[in-house]
Design a protein around this ligand. Structure first.
Ligand SMILES: [Zn+2]
Length: 107
């Protein structure tokens, strides 16, 4: 994979979304009301959307190495605060995975 290919794929993705719904991006820009906050690993082999079978706008996502939630991590605490206080998510999913090298590195 090259960076040029990434940009080409992005252009194709945009065109595909607009072909299916010419208002796709305008609709997304109206706001979000996800019922779920997903906290998972940054591992390149897993994504929240694929795992959960959700569409854009249905899950608020935070990813870091080894899906850590530490009270001194302002990043994850900001995400959690925003999701609960402002988005009013109903569920928080903390999702780990097998063979996490982040966990192995910490150990
Ligand atoms: Zn991992």
């Amino acid at each position: 994979m090259t960076i040029e290919r990434i940009f080409e794929n992005n252009e194709k993705w945009i065109a595909g979304k607009l072909a299916g719904n010419e208002n796709y991006f305008r609709d997304l820009a109206k706001g979000q009301q996800p019922e779920f906050l997903y906290i998972g690993c940054s591992d390149s082999r897993v994504t929240a959307e694929d795992l959960m079978g959700v569409q854009p706008g249905e899950v608020f996502v935070h990813r870091n190495i080894a899906n850590l939630v530490n009270s001194v991590d302002l990043n994850v605490m900001s995400v959690l605060n925003y999701a609960v206080r402002y988005l009013k998510v109903k569920h928080v999913v903390l999702c780990g995975h097998y063979n996490c090298w982040g966990v192995k590195a910490a150990m």
